[in-house]
Design a protein around this ligand. Sequence first.
Ligand code: UD1
Ligand code: MG
Length: 466
Amino acid sequence: MPTPSELSRAETWRLLLLVGAGLSVLVNTFQGDGAPLIASAALASISFAVAFSMIRWLGPVFIKAGLKGKDMAKPRKPEIPETMGAVCAVVYLISMIVFIPFAFYKDIVAATSGGGNRDVVIGDPHVETGRFLHRFPHGKLALYLSGLLSLQSVVILGIGDDLLDIRWRHKVLIPAFASIPMLIVYFVDFGVTHVVVPVPLQPYIGAFIDLGWLYYVYMAAVAIFCPNAINMLAGINGIEVAQSLVIAILLLFNDALYLAPFTPYPHPATDSHLFSIYFLLPFIGVSAALLCHNWYPSKVFVGDTYCYFAGMVFAVVGILGHFSKTLLLLFVPQIFNFLYSTPQLFHIIPCPRHRLPRFQPSTGLLDTSMTEWTVPPSPLIATGLDLLHTLRLIRIVKNQEGQIVESTNLTILNLWLVWMGPMREDRLAWHMVGVQILCGLFGLFVRHRLALLVFNVDNRTFESVV
Ligand code: UD1
Ligand code: MG
């Protein structure tokens, strides 16, 4: 019998097979013009296998290093390894670095051996002096590297947070610094800061409005929001990774809509969406490996590193792929969770260190967790809480004098439990996955269909306007 930190024989064989298949596909993409999409998919499957094994092997090492957390929703509150997202992130970053020659293979060939015409034989001196290297798309490489640098910075800062438990008001800003490299490349490369005005408003403000520097503030806000929003929708087994996987798969689906055969090639947005796919495929690979260990009952926790890393992957593809508004449509549950949390985040309502649902040992189910009012709320806040209670948006407990002594913590998980009653941890996680999928699909429908009510065209059907 393998120990819990070893792979079973069957797992070892399956993973070896996956790595072998991935490697042979990868090597074969170095032909003709190269096949970056296939190479990216092959690297994603290799990343899955590597992350899966390393998470399993490194568990005891992490525990020994003190990187562990108590699973609060279990009767005995077992201690399991935390910060396993760091393993995922490192495997991901290495895979993204290895991918560079595959992504630019066609351009490297074109720049070094006859300006793209493979029949022209160029003498060595020309190749040596890099005569044709000006043809290489340095801009695209800069874009790719800036995304990678932003991700690397957020991972380093995330690991720092997991080690040192940084305070909320400080860590909210962590991704702001990490976003600087990609915002700079955006500024140098695109500098597009105008947005299309909805048709009903166009007679008053014109077809476009230039937001100028405010557009950079908006992008920085997206980069701050996404990582923190995933970290806040957390606390039950599997939920951090599951929501990220759903968002990533829906983004991938949206990207695929811009590729042949779904759209006439060459579509102006094809390159941005390919860029997004290259960042998403290995992310899906490492996240799936993490989910295998993090789903109920969790063997490992993901740590804040994973939440920041996942959120930053989305921010990078949304900003550099030019679809940050579509991205926000896929973040509806997170946006709701954030807005719903604001009274606690701004300490209008007391905010305990943990707001995750409470485990009931007698039933084995999760119920809402409560925040205690040691000092009764002011009459205004008490009226507000009473109203929310009547609307079934929170639950409150009063003492005999009619004063509020407890109210539910303001998270979407607790709200769901207010509505549906106590339930098992994995059932709650499945419900949240369902909510994320439904909201996401509706978001994409809004993006490609309902948006036509206020905008002239959906950019997928660009041909109809040119
Ligand atoms: C955020 C939330 C906090 C929530 C916590 C749960 C805000 C402002 N903060 O804080 O309310 O309680 O995430 O992750 O919304 N844990 C479990 N089971 C799980 C996942 C986590 O018991 O499935 C516990 C473990 O003890 C683990 C700890 O949560 O060690 C991790 O919490 P941490 O990520 O440090 O919390 P924050 O991100 O600061
Ligand atoms: Mg966290």
